[in-house]
Design a protein around this ligand. Structure first.
Ligand SMILES: Cc1cc2nc3c(=O)[nH]c(=O)nc-3n(C[C@H](O)[C@H](O)[C@H](O)COP(=O)(O)OP(=O)(O)OC[C@H]3O[C@@H](n4cnc5c(N)ncnc54)[C@H](O)[C@@H]3O)c2cc1C
Length: 480
């Protein structure tokens, strides 16, 4: 099979309806507009890598549905090793662009989750969602599309359920069911890279009860579908020269307004009893992947710290403990992610899921320690790598000011001042979270993880172990 190239990807984006907005207007060309070009460059990277056979084991897979060679990010994780490889692919992506490449991640995870949930719904209710999904996967795997994943709703007042909101459009919901499809409205927010993917997979944002059944809806849409407006978040763009990196990260607000979804793209339509399974199964695999995101970003931050130390004129050994700590954080989340995969389970539909408890432990660890990676990078790099401590690219290029600045920042005589400035800008990029925007809420809030851990920990069994060893023959209950 011919794998899509960068040019093919650009052509896909340029052929789409112009429904991505930033700075008050629709973006004419996502590939060249300063607001989105670095985001496109990020997702384009893997289309280049697809052309290099060296990366085939990481990026390609045999389809379990057609037997064709396909991109890994539209494959089903039919065994633990396949899930492990998808996590390795994500670390590879982070290592090369320094930040999130959501087009190979969130949609891929939701697709696998829906593979299992549609199987369960069909089995219980005699619906035909699973066949529809299979057809979509077969059609899409040959196109090498990037697929964003949209679960998070705007939600509105957090103390009320979706159906109790004054604004019913705070979450995506079914407005009308027609013979040939459904009409949906509502807002999905913070959807990573949705603007530069060809397709967007929408899943329910939480588990719903019967009163909120219109919100239990899952479907997949082309990014430019009629009725969808996409507004870009305000992140990493518009800096000149080495003030910015080659690649960017942004997310999108997706506003669905009376958007028609044909039946063949609808995979859940009011089956609220199964909406909790979407979230439950999503969290395991996704939070296992978080290990690869933090580890990949940690690799680049560690590399940036090494470059800064040297550019400043100091050998690595001066920072040995700090560098080891950076590796310790990266490899801990990586190892927890891998561990959760191999402690996982096979669903009857034939896809593998990571153990949710270990995956949620990983997510909390990642959320708490990601900032420490950044702190260590800044510690080693010095003030020049923190925010607001170095003149901008324009002044560095100015014929009068530039030479004065370059003279002032000369340090290690073996390293040009420009290269010291570039390394510092990478450090600053991470300091101002220009790499991945954040790891606290991405993949779900730490409190949500704690709920899963609390639910899955067999405290009574552990209390019994303790009682047996201590020789306690009384059942000690929680005080009322
Ligand atoms: C960098 C980044 C990338 C992202 N990418 C994606 C993506 O690609 N796709 C996607 O679907 N989503 C994405 N998200 C969204 C992410 O999943 C959400 O931010 C996360 O689920 C938390 O939701 P929220 O932001 O609405 O926070 P909230 O739900 O408002 O939570 C804020 C705090 O309030 C607490 N809280 C909320 N409700 C209650 C309650 N009823 N009672 C008590 N406490 C409560 C939470 O535990 C948390 O501590 C991304 C987020 C980030 C930061």
């Amino acid at each position: 099979m011919a794998f899509k190239t960068r040019e093919g990807y650009y052509a896909d984006l340029r052929a789409m309806r112009k429904n991505v907005y930033k700075n008050g207007h629709a973006i004419e060309d996502l590939v060249t507009d300063p607001a989105t070009m670095r985001l496109v460059e990020n997702e384009a990277y893997l289309y280049d890598a697809l052309q290099d056979p060296e990366f085939d084991p990481i990026l390609k897979e045999t389809s379990s549905l057609t037997g064709n060679e396909i991109v890994r990010w539209i494959s089903l994780n039919t065994e633990p090793d396949k899930l492990k490889k998808s996590v390795e692919m994500k670390r590879f992506a982070f290592d090369h662009v320094g930040t999130c490449m959501a087009g190979i991640c969130v949609g891929h995870n939701i697709m696998n989750v829906l593979w299992s949930v549609t199987y369960d719904i069909d089995k219980a209710k005699g619906t035909e969602y699973h066949k529809r999904l299979e057809k979509w996967i077969i059609e899409t795997e040959s196109k090498c599309y990037k697929v964003a994943g949209a679960l998070t709703d705007a939600k509105g007042d957090r103390s009320k359920s979706a159906g109790q909101q004054d604004n019913p459009d705070a979450s995506v919901h079914i407005k009308e069911i027609r013979p040939d499809g459904i009409v949906v409205s509502g807002a999905k927010v913070m959807i990573a890279h949705a603007a530069v993917c060809q397709e967007i997979f929408v899943g329910t944002g939480t588990g719903y009860k019967e009163a909120d059944k219109d919100y239990a809806v899952s479907f997949v849409v082309p990014r430019d579908i009629e009725g969808l407006t996409i507004i870009q978040t305000d992140a990493s763009e518009g800096r000149e020269g080495w003030d910015d990196m080659k690649y960017g990260d942004q997310s999108s607000y997706l506003i669905f307004e009376d958007c028609f979804i044909p039946n063949e793209r609808v995979f859940m339509c009011g089956e609220y009893e199964f909406s909790g399974s979407v979230i439950d199964r999503f969290v395991g695999n996704y939070r296992a992947c978080i290990g690869s995101c933090v580890a990949g970003q940690g690799d680049v931050m560690t590399g940036a710290a090494v470059l800064m130390a040297r550019a400043n004129g100091l050998p690595m050994k001066k920072f040995k403990d700090k560098l080891i700590n950076m590796t310790r954080i990266s490899e801990t989340v990586w190892g927890l992610g891998l561990g959760s995969i191999y402690a996982g389970y096979m669903h009857e539909s034939g896809v593998w899921f990571a153990d949710p408890t270990i995956a949620c432990v990983n997510k909390i660890y990642a959320a708490e320690n990601y900032a420490e990676l950044r702190r260590l990078l800044q510690d080693i790099g010095g003030g020049i790598a923190e925010t607001g401590c170095f003149p901008n690219y324009k002044d560095c290029m100015d014929p009068v000011l530039g030479p004065k600045i370059m003279k002032a920042i000369s340090a290690n005589p073996e390293v040009t001042p420009e290269n010291r400035a570039r390394a510092a800008r990478l450090g600053e990029w991470y300091a101002r979270a220009g790499g991945l925007l954040a790891f606290v809420h991405g993949g779900g809030s730490p409190d949500g993880c704690k709920l899963v851990i609390n639910r899955n920990t067999p405290y009574e069994k552990y209390a019994q172990y303790a009682a047996d060893i201590a020789g306690i023959d009384q059942t000690i209950k929680d005080p009322q």
